[in-house]
Each structure stands twice: as structure tokens, then as C-alpha cells.
Ligand binder design. Sequence first.
Ligand code: R1P
Length: 297
Amino acid sequence: MKDTLTDANFPRTADQRVYHLGVGPGEVANRIVTVGSPSRANTVASFLDSQPKPFILSSERGFLTITGRYKGTPISIISIGMGSPNMDFFVREIRESVSGDLAIVRLGSCGGLVDVPPGTVVIPTACVAISRNVDFDFVNPENCDEPAYRISKPVSADAALTEEVRKALEAAKPSSSTSAIITGVVNASADSFYSSQGRQTSFPDHNEDLIQYLQNTVPNLATLEMETFHLYHLAACWKGRTLTTKAGSTPLTTGPVSPTITQTTSSPAHLVHPAPMTLPNSIIRAAATHLVFASRK
Ligand code: R1P
């Protein structure tokens, strides 16, 4: 789909679709489950009510939005891929596409640290960020007094949503399950699956002691993944700021034009109310639940 974008500050198509996720007003619900892959999104979406038929939109940039109802309640399931940049596109573009409060739960996988075995379900109540410090001299480290990695202060999940998620998971857990559900722990979100998670590759990442350093310095650290810090941080920063789109602003006509809508089914207009272009004061609640796929020392 070729289209003209309006507003260089916050690009939208002429029919008010956001630039990367491709969704328009009324196509996303206030309750969102976000996952990292389309196959997971489709698995979660298989639990939606069959009627009304869910709305499905796949954007050229790889974001998949499925909006339907679960036991009558509107919900969107959105696959965003990996990493903080994709989380940033997702939270910011959805915030400007949905009016009122947002509740976002990331459903993902993570690595576990000591004492968190594979199969454990973890609901982190706080998160730190691990960043590869590009000002560190990775080639000649002896010349540099910078740390190779920076560890942020923790940011908290939404306490009320986290408790709702915990209760729902406990209620849904099969009586035969031996997997633990743990909360009250800290997750670390890394800016690389490799260097910032202590993995050894052919690059001189100077990360041999990183996991041990994290365990020594971050109290209650239990898991490692790549997206949750940015979700929690954006949610905690949100102050209900009003963003007004500029009617009649100069169209953007240069550069690649997204989104390309590769798949849509049915109009979701009957599922959620169209979002006004001026947002009221609102909150963003964020929580996460992760399945540990491997544990590391
Ligand atoms: C890396 O393999 C991916 O797996 C984890 C990491 O955060 C990263 O996105 O999460 P998901 O399985 O939920 O994508």
C-alpha cells in the first residue's frame, strides 16, 4: 500500500495509521498481550472468542496485531519481535492509537540464573537494563577506565497488574504441573542476546565476568531477556501527556512509505471504540511473565 504520511513529528498515513505497526484508530484494544513471534501470537489468539471474528493486521515491518474478544472482553495480541527498539515502536505507536488506560502484559521467554530452573514461570516485579558501553575500548581495554557494561537502576512493574497476572496464572496452572510460578524477583533486559548476556562469541566483548558481576550487584536477580525493562520504563514514565495530531500538516512524500498492510480480516470497529486524536489523561500498566527456557550459572 502506497500512501502519503502526515506530520513529520509523529508520522501517520492519511487514514491515521501509525507508521510501523500499521494500526489505525479503533483497531487495538486497551488490554494487550505482547509476544516476540507471530507463531506465539497466533497460539494466544486461538483462545479468543470465535465471534466476532478477530481482526488481523500484519505490517510490512513485521508487527502482527490480532484484536478480538476473550470471554467478551476486547483484547489485542501483538507480536513485536525482539529488543528494546521494537518495544519502543510498539508502546509509543499503540499509546497514540488507543485512548484511555492501557494494560500491557509481555508474555515471553527468558534465561534463568542460578536457582531458577527451566520450566519456571517468572513474573518479575522490577527490571534493570544491561547496556554494552560503546565508549569502552573493546580492542585495547588496557587503555580504558570505562566499564564494558552499564547496569541501570531498577524500574518497577505495575504492582496491581502483576498481582492480577500472578493470580490468573496460579488459577490456570494444572494440578499436575510441577513448574513453579515465582514473583518478587528482578529481571535484567540486555541490549544484546550475546555480549550483554555474557555469551562468548568471536567478538572481544570482555564479558567473561558479567553474569557473576550481575549476581553480585543486582539483588534478587533471577532472569535475563531483552524487552521488559523498556516496557516497564516507558509505562512508569507515562504521565498522560496529551498529543494532538496536526490536522493539515505538511505530508511527508520522501523516503520509504510504510506501513504496507499484508493481511487484514474484517473491520474491528465493533470491537473497540475509535481512538480520539487527543488523548485524555490515562495510565499505562505494565507487567511481564516469562517462561525460563534455560538456566545459567
Ligand atoms: C532471544 O532469543 C529472544 O528471546 C527472549 C528475548 O527477550 C529475546 O527477544 O524473549 P522472547 O522469546 O519472548 O522473544
